[in-house]
Ligand binder design. Structure first.
Ligand SMILES: [Zn+2]
Ligand SMILES: [Zn+2]
Length: 293
């Protein structure tokens, strides 16, 4: 068996002119990864644009045209390309898990509409491609972005082989148990201090995701990670670093138990440059099993 390694998917355009770089959130990358990249457990990949033929398996040609005309979506092709390539390299065994940076988001993009910082549905494209090219069939997605993943939900509505657990504003579970929404505590419900909020949120994840994912037995696991839930960001519910890092550890463990470690972390919302630089490298270190200095 190959030595477990972590792939990082990053394109320079994500730091220059991406949808979510209204605040240039990835301006410190890839430099912020320099120390991590010294490890032989980590490989940096620069993605190609996602092919049009694949896009047309998820989206209408009309959406493609409109995304093409929207200057805010200029990084959409490389963003989705990185998420798709990460899935391919995990499925082929070249890497065990991955962190995919993006310039334009994915989870609000449906078959024929896009918006909310999202252009193409990156995770949906990755799933369709893995089914077509690698024969993987069942996928579980944990979405901890602050907002409801309406696009992803729409695309996989009625697909019993996609377990979609979304932490957002409501509680919901489909009859077959594969589409789940978990209502998050508001910024003040969980307590006055950050520790209480982190604990309350992590507790929700721990209560709602692991048993469903273990029972579902996915071929590959996605964590759609937004940090817009961080204190001071645009979806602020009062979370701070340790909460995200604990979720990263939980997801890695869960992937190891259920699908041979096949985990893809896909970057979602969040706008603050200092937060991106502070939060993301420790997540990648956990994926790669690197000791924190
Ligand atoms: Zn969001
Ligand atoms: Zn939701």
């Amino acid at each position: 068996m190959a030595r477990p390694t972590t792939g990082i998917f990053y394109h320079p355009s994500f730091s220059r002119r991406s949808y979510l770089t209204v605040g240039a959130r990835l301006a410190d990358f890839p430099g912020a990864l320099d120390r991590i990249l010294e490890s032989d457990k980590v490989t940096l990949y620069e993605p190609e644009p996602v092919p049009r033929e694949l896009l047309l398996k998820v989206h209408t040609s009309d959406l493609l045209e409109r995304v093409g005309e929207d200057p805010l979506c200029s990084t959409a092709w490389h963003s989705a390309g990185g998420v798709v390539a990460a899935g391919e390299k995990i499925a082929s065994g070249e890497i065990t898990n991955a962190f995919a940076f993006i310039g334009a988001g994915g989870h609000h993009a449906g078959r024929e509409r896009f918006g909310g910082f999202c252009c193409f549905n990156d995770v949906a494209l990755c799933i369709v491609n893995l089914r077509d090219q690698f024969g993987l069939r069942r996928f579980a997605i944990l979405d901890t972005d602050a907002h409801h993943a309406d696009g992803t939900r729409e695309i996989f509505q009625g697909d019993p082989d996609v377990l979609h657990i979304c932490l957002c504003g409501t509680n919901f579970e489909s009859k077959d148990g594969t589409k789940v929404d978990v209502a998050c505590p508001g910024p003040f419900e969980g307590g006055e201090n950050e520790r209480a909020m982190n604990d309350a949120y992590f507790d929700l994840v721990a209560r709602h995701a692991p048993h469903r994912i273990s029972r579902f037995k996915p071929d590959l696991l996605f964590w759609y990670f937004g940090f817009d839930t961080h204190e001071g960001d645009y979806g602020d519910i009062g979370l701070t670093g340790p909460c995200y890092w604990k979720i990263a550890e939980l997801m890695k463990e869960l992937a190891e138990k259920t699908c041979g470690g096949k985990l893809e972390v896909v970057l979602g919302g969040g706008s603050d440059r200092r937060l991106a630089t502070y939060l993301i490298p420790p997540i990648i270190e956990r994926l790669a099993g690197l000791q924190r200095a």
